[in-house]
Design a binder for this molecule. Structure first.
Ligand code: ZN
Length: 355
């Protein structure tokens, strides 16, 4: 079973630029564990332990934001116009239940209207399939009524679904695994090692605004100045789709992201991660991505940083829901712990020289 903070975190609202509630949760969680808590001006937050060590600084992060939408307008009928936050294929929005999050954190529920087939028969009207055409129906009859419900331009909109453990007991479905999983894993790691002796200084936490262009990682890496950075992020599995050459199987172990368009994995890091996994009998799979993670941004900070992404296999991410597997959770956690315990300056220099 996953600890309860995984469920707590996926259920919180937090599209890009609206990570407040997630950050508050992370801060409260870190308070009793961390020697210090640091936050940059964009809102990324980290807890540090073992800070008196003379060893290298290691940074582990998920990202707090999830894909969703933002209110950009209210029409005369009280319907809301939206723009996507992060990469979402528009058709997944049709007929979905969504929540608008008000300033006080309360929710205004709504549905994205779909045209019934009865209204599409004449071939002149088409099903809406573009973000610009979607309307979120919150049950307000006028613009004024929508405002009275507390709706304002700029508010975040999140997907509404229930955290569900499937019948096999190993697969869990929820919104926002990408990347509350990584956020929760960073907290999981810091609590797991807080009582052990580490060869490095360690900062664990989460970045903001990854889904809109890896923004939070840029500023947080300047704040923490890591010698080595591990991004924990969800990577899509295509194992339920035919004819896909994208790798990744749910339950197949963590993913070594050896290539994406924004980061070619450092040869020394690749060897380090492979050897660590093999030595500890941790299941892994190779993954070539078409996107990027915070690792790409941190890699380019200052005079360059050793980075890797430890990928959590996930089905259906960047839609309204997603699915993960408990065995992959174990693989992700174990490989990060096994890496951490080796990371002194000798190891860092060995990895660096193997470029
Ligand atoms: Zn992500």
């Amino acid at each position: 079973m996953l600890q309860s903070f995984y469920k707590d975190l996926v259920e919180l609202p937090g599209v890009s630029g609206h990570e407040k509630y997630v950050r508050q949760y992370v801060r409260e969680f870190l308070k009793p564990v961390a020697e210090e808590i640091v936050q940059d001006k964009l809102g990324s937050i980290f807890g540090g332990i073992n800070l008196s060590s003379q060893g290298p600084t290691v940074m582990i992060a998920g990202h707090m934001d999830e894909v969703g939408a933002m209110v950009v307008g209210i029409n005369d009928k009280g319907m809301l116009k939206m723009i996507p936050m992060g990469g979402i294929n528009a058709p997944v929005m049709i007929s979905q239940h969504l929540d608008v999050i008000l300033e006080d954190g309360s929710k205004v529920p709504g549905v994205v209207g779909a045209k019934p087939p009865h209204l599409l028969r004449d071939n002149h009207t088409k099903q809406v399939s573009d973000f610009d055409d979607f309307l979120l129906d919150i049950g307000a009859d006028t613009l004024e009524e929508a405002k009275q419900m507390g709706i304002k331009i700029g508010q975040q909109i999140v997907f509404r679904n229930d955290y569900t453990i499937l019948k096999d007991g190993k697969k869990i479905v929820s919104k926002a695994w990408d990347d509350r999983f990584g956020t929760a894993m960073a907290l999981d790691i810091i609590t797991s090692v807080s009582a052990t002796k580490l060869p490095c200084r360690l900062y664990c936490g989460a970045n903001v605004q990854e889904e809109v262009g890896l923004r939070g990682a840029k500023t947080s890496s300047y704040l923490i100045k890591p010698d080595l950075f591990i991004a924990v992020d969800c990577s899509p599995c295509a194992d339920t789709f035919e004819d896909s050459d994208v790798g990744g199987k749910l339950g197949g172990g963590f993913m070594i992201r050896f290539y994406d368009p924004k980061a070619i994995m450092h040869r020394g890091m690749l060897q380090f991660v492979e050897e660590t996994a093999k030595e500890h009998n941790i299941k892994f799979q190779y993954y070539k991505s078409l996107g990027g993670t915070d690792a790409a941004e941190v890699q380019l900070s200052r005079d360059g940083v050793l980075v890797c992404t430890i990928g959590m296999p996930s089905r259906y991410i960047h839609s309204t829901t997603s699915m993960i597997h408990l065995e992959d959770y174990v693989a992700v956690k174990n490989v990060i712990l096994a890496m951490l315990h080796q990371l002194d300056f000798n190891k860092i220099n060995e990895i660096k020289s193997n470029v």
